[in-house]
Design a protein around this ligand. Structure first.
Ligand code: RP5
Length: 191
């Protein structure tokens, strides 16, 4: 299974495809036990109109897409390396990487391997924060607070949005909705 995924990443990196046909954002996580926490990223991206790529020969209709993989820094280091190394050639613009436990190394290692592609790290647990953000000078990572995968996805879309005005408009509409909701709650309190 791991070898098949490495073959897939390498084959996709070789393919000559337009930006519209390749996934824009990659979500990776260290274990399937991270899925519940990382689900927030899926929710945010789908709310902003992204669709998930599941069949690389038949990409979804939506212009903006993402992909999701479990990639363990410790159990499948070769897979982590292949994912990070082929990410740019496969057309990805940003990676969201989540890991938990005390050795949450997938985000920081992916950031180093995929550099200069930006990586938004998600510490799955409070105790994972320092291993996600503790990078040496010259090896950057962007990160959110523990468990905040929804915000990680918003940050990833912000990174894409300067080059895509329609994404900027979707982010603005999302923010307007948040403001309306806050306003509505305050109004109810004073009724
Ligand atoms: C980390 O270890 C994973 O990201 C996960 O949060 C944690 C525990 O993994 P499992 O033992 O549940 O697979 O690498």
């Amino acid at each position: 299974e791991v070898a098949a995924l490495i073959d897939l990443f390498e084959a996709e990196a070789e393919r000559d495809r337009s930006d519209a046909e390749t996934p824009d954002i990659g979500i990776v996580m260290g274990s399937d036990s991270d899925l519940d926490t990382m689900y927030g990223a899926y929710e945010a991206l789908t709310e902003l109109g992204f669709e998930e790529v599941t069949d690389y020969d038949d990409p979804p209709e939506s212009r903006f897409t993402f992909e999701t993989f479990v990639v363990s820094a410790h159990r499948t280091p070769e897979l982590m390396y292949a994912y990070g190394e082929t990410a740019r050639d496969r057309g990805l613009d940003v990676i969201i990487a989540g890991a938990g436990g005390k050795s949450a190394d997938l985000p920081n290692m992916t950031a180093s391997i995929a550099y200069p592609l930006p990586v938004v790290g998600v510490p799955v647990h409070e105790k994972s924060v320092s291993s996600v953000i503790g990078m040496p000078t010259g090896a950057p990572i962007v990160a959110v607070d523990a468990g905040k995968s929804f915000n990680a996805a918003l940050s990833a879309v912000q990174m894409l949005a300067r080059g895509h005005p329609e994404l900027e408009a979707r982010l603005e509409a999302y923010h307007d909705d948040l403001q309306d909701n806050v306003g509505a709650v305050s109004k109810r309190l004073h009724e």
